[in-house]
Design a protein around this ligand. Structure first.
Ligand SMILES: [Fe+2]
Length: 386
């Protein structure tokens, strides 16, 4: 009987091709590639060095407990080993945890990813946590309240390196967050019909700089941005999202204009073409969600608003580059119940809707209490914030 071929050929990776079995070497359907293991080792060592440098900025100390937290399918497993090695080199006790509880993609909001009480206890037991931090959860808020420092780390290594925490970014971001703290009203306008106001009296100013060295602080490496969770019941006006703007949570760059109308805090109309449909349909999925504790859970509310402060961000790269882009304006929709005792970390919002959509725009003007902060040529106007 003739044996049937089940594959057309083979690809072999080898440290030294000469050491391969002769049958492989002689066969014309075998593609042989020599692997440079020195290069692989160098890359791994570079990654450990990068994480070690970052952990030094984050005050990782001898005897501290370091945790890398990730969810199944985490795209950058090399970060786990590299960060454990880095933490160990600084004398910390390091471990990694992968959440394995099933969650439906449809409702993925961080909330159901791991048993909340176990997550909370594990986070509290660590001094510092890197990885896929479940930002908008009560468990995370509780861990911060207990003093744990947490850092979201999930961007590409190219981005981690290019936007490694920088003194100028840190300075202008914290100055901006302080300015945000003291403001009562945020107004955003543009040349295309945007003109809306958000009220924030009593809500804090939030700043992200990629460093969480202080007790109970969350940050995202890399970041450079100022934000605030405005009052959920007080947005008014029209918000226009333009072609080229980034709807980050849908991994989508706008092709045509979206026009959102806000009345008494609610997004009452989301109009436009395909992009508008995608935003509206995403939010509508969560329309009937009822929070088990009776909290506000309305997808049609503004979550947070602010501006980017990172001069090294690149607009063509989607991700933290979009959120951090110098002089861009981000106004996001949905869940915003993240808070901490750190002066510049937290939104202090009350919305528990499971959905959160980050929207990053260029060419907007942003005012705080009538003072122009960001101009529509993507510049930051006040000298101390620029
Ligand atoms: Fe957000």
């Amino acid at each position: 009987m003739k044996r049937r071929d089940f594959c057309k050929g083979m690809s072999v990776q080898a440290v030294a091709a000469t050491a391969l079995p002769s049958a492989l070497l002689a066969h014309d359907k075998v593609r042989i590639e020599e692997v440079d293991t020195d290069r692989t080792m160098d890359q791994a060592a570079d990654l450990v060095d990068l994480f070690t440098a970052h952990m030094r900025l984050n005050a990782v100390q001898e005897g501290e407990t370091f945790l890398f937290y990730s969810t199944p399918g985490f795209e950058r497993p090399e970060y786990i080993e590299a960060s454990l090695a880095a933490a160990k080199s600084l004398g910390a006790n390091a471990f990694s945890l992968v959440a394995t509880t099933a969650s439906t993609a449809q409702m993925s909001t961080d909330r159901d990813i791991a048993p909340a009480d176990l997550l909370e206890e594990t986070f509290k037991a660590a001094d510092i946590v890197y990885g896929q931090i479940p930002l908008y959860t009560d468990a995370h808020n509780a861990a911060l309240a207990a003093g744990t420092r947490t850092l979201m780390v999930q961007q590409s290594v190219e981005t981690l390196r290019r936007m490694f925490p920088d003194e100028a970014v840190i300075e202008r971001t914290y100055a901006g967050a302080e300015r945000m703290w003291n403001a009562s009203e945020i107004r955003v306008t543009d040349e295309f019909g945007s003109d809306f106001t958000l009220q924030k009296a009593g809500r804090k100013g939030h700043g992200q700089v990629g460093v969480a060295a202080d007790r109970g602080r969350w940050d995202h490496w890399p970041s450079g941005l100022v934000a605030c969770g405005p009052h959920e019941d007080a947005s008014e006006g029209v918000y226009v999202i333009r072609p080229g703007d980034v709807i980050l949570s849908l991994q989508q760059r706008c092709q045509d204009e979206i026009r959102i109308t806000m009345e008494a805090g609610r997004l009452v109309r989301i109009e436009g073409g395909y992009d508008a449909d995608m935003v509206r349909e995403r939010l509508e999925l969560f329309e009937d969600y009822v929070d088990p504790d009776g909290n506000l859970a309305d997808p049609f509310r503004i979550s947070h608003a602010g501006w980017g402060t990172e001069h090294r961000a690149q607009w063509h790269v989607m991700g933290m580059d979009s959120e951090s882009m110098y002089g861009s304006v981000m106004v996001s929709i949905g869940r915003n119940m993240f808070d901490s005792a750190d002066r510049y970390a937290g939104l202090g919002g009350v919305n528990y809707t499971p959905v959160h959509i980050d929207i990053c725009c260029r060419n907007k003007r942003l005012y705080l209490d009538g003072d122009l902060i960001v101009d529509n040529d993507n510049t930051i106007v006040p000298a101390d914030l620029a």
